[in-house]
Design a protein around this ligand. Structure first.
Ligand SMILES: *Cc1c(COP(=O)(O)O)cnc(C)c1O
Length: 396
């Protein structure tokens, strides 16, 4: 579209002016991919790369995963698939988990057939989506090469979110005509509680899924997400779909993750002040200086950068390995830390402050903020200067 720019304003970020640097270790992502591959063999590991690889940068990460042997990539939206398609080879496929948005069938079919790059394949989540995709497929088959359009079939095995319900599966098996014009690649479903290995629903979903899959014997099977790939005594089907494990998140609630850490976030001190005991800090003056000479450091990261406001007076940062509590409310573009106990040599404008790193994982931050590592990662700001490590050698 002439006159509109898709270049984000954040392209003005520079390493020196940015108030924090986000290091993304692409070789750790590739190592995590290989770990999962070993864990689930002989099943194949796909990669869930929706939401820009959980905020970490799909344009860099996807080609590295492809070099490491990954051929199945899952996104949520057609637009995400379109953006990634030219970066991947024709041997790879991008699957759209959210399925076919009504009215977007032709766009989806065209996106997958014009130009070069990976295939774009929708997940069909309802009878209505099957009918609409079959209609486009038959129109295309008549009009052109006669090659049926590809798709994946999702069934609801107990999460009540996306996929065919039991009676809809029976209808489909009784009247398979619509789907017969579609080139179905595999059948999939999704766990609700795989991060809690003891949850009884895991076994129920597992049993139901493989029972239904057996009625579609020609189709490969895909059930496991990251945590599913680590469930004990569990078959892994043909394709597993890890997301968070690739990016270094925990796979079981409350357990240390077996995966390599991927993201490091380092802010710098903007300003320091010494305040008297009882002096208030930040919006609402919710923090009162506890010591006669309390030292407050301000850093340029706030909730607009994805640092949860829920961490006000709750979360931490680290300076040279020393824990410094967040003092007062997290502001939009900054927050304040009580650095009274940090030796003076580490306290000066520009001094590094660890927000995510060896002393504080994404899961630690998430726990403090009462959320999950997925949300911490996907909110990471584009105001950070991003450094990709090991992107070239990764997967080679
Ligand atoms: C997001 C998603 C995944 C990946 O889940 P993780 O918990 O990040 O491994 C897999 N399958 C589906 C259907 C998803 O929506």
């Amino acid at each position: 579209m002439a006159g509109t720019s898709t270049v984000p304003a954040t392209s003005y970020v520079s390493r020196t002016s940015a108030s924090a640097v986000l290091h993304i270790d692409v070789s750790a992502i590739v190592a995590n991919y290989r770990l999962i591959g070993q864990q689930v063999a002989p099943a194949q590991a796909a990669a869930v790369v929706k939401a820009d690889c959980y905020g970490l940068g799909a344009a860099t990460i996807c080609p590295a995963l492809e070099r490491a042997g990954c051929r199945h990539f899952f996104v949520a939206h057609l637009a995400e698939a379109q953006a990634l398609r030219p970066l991947l080879s024709a041997d790879s496929a991008l699957y759209i988990l959210n399925g076919l948005v009504p009215g977007a069938e032709e766009e989806c079919a065209a996106a997958g057939t014009n130009g070069t790059g990976a295939a774009i394949i929708p997940v069909l989540n309802s009878p209505d989506q099957i009918d609409r995709w079959a209609a486009v497929a038959s129109a295309l088959t008549v009009g052109t090469s006669g090659r049926p359009l590809p798709a994946v079939l999702q069934i609801d095995s107990g999460m009540s979110r996306l996929g065919l319900q039991p009676h809809e599966i029976e209808d489909l098996l009784a009247r398979p005509e619509p789907i017969s014009g579609v080139d179905l690649r595999f059948i999939m479903s999704h766990f609700a509680c795989a991060d809690t290995p003891d949850a009884p629903s895991n076994q129920a979903q597992n049993d139901y899924f493989y029972r239904v899959a057996a009625r579609f014997p020609a189709l490969a099977r895909s059930l496991d997400n990251s945590s599913g790939s680590f469930l004990p005594h569990h078959q892994h089907g043909d394709i597993v779909r890890p997301g968070i494990a690739l990016y270094g998140g925990a796979v079981q609630v409350g357990q240390k993750t077996p995966m390599y850490a991927v993201a490091r976030l380092t802010a710098k001190i903007l300003q320091l002040r010494t305040i008297k005991s009882g002096t208030g800090v930040g919006y609402g003056l919710t923090y009162a200086a506890p010591e006669a000479e309390t030292i407050i450091a301000t850093i340029g990261v706030g909730y607009a950068d994805g640092w949860p406001r829920a961490l006000s007076n709750k979360g931490s940062a680290f300076i040279n390995g020393i824990r410094v509590p967040i003092a007062g409310r997290v502001s939009m573009d900054s927050m304040t830390l009580d650095v009274t106990h940090v030796p003076a040599e580490h306290l000066h404008p520009g001094a590094p402050v660890e927000l995510i790193g060896p002393h504080q994982s994404i899961d630690d931050v998430a726990n403090d903020a009462d959320t999950i590592s997925y949300e911490i990662l996907t909110q990471l700001s584009h105001r950070y200067w991003r450094v990709y490590e090991g992107a070239e050698e990764a997967g080679a």
